[in-house]
Write a protein of this length. Structure first.
Length: 87
């Protein structure tokens, strides 16, 4: 059995940069850091045997949108935006 640390690779769901679960790789099950969880207990026993989980993937930061991309994403024309902003 092999495990990988997980931060879900999403900035908004990784609890302020902290790892939030473990992935059991043979069946892709997410295991929370919960002492009452049977799967977590098995993971701790696996660690105690001297095993090491794979590291979590890096947290991906989205590229900032350009003004043009923001305008296109709004679905509004330049004239509609000006009217909306009172310009």
């Amino acid at each position: 059995m092999n495990y990988k640390l997980s931060n879900h690779n999403y900035k908004l769901s990784n609890h302020n940069g902290k790892l939030d679960s473990i992935i059991r790789l043979n069946d892709r099950t997410f295991i929370p850091f919960d002492p009452a969880n049977r799967d977590y207990q098995q993971y701790l026993a696996w660690l105690a045997e001297g095993n090491t989980p794979l590291p979590a993937d890096p947290i991906l930061e989205p590229e900032p949108l350009t003004p043009q991309q923001k305008s296109e994403a709004s679905g509004l024309t330049v004239e509609e935006l000006r009217e909306l902003l009172g310009l």
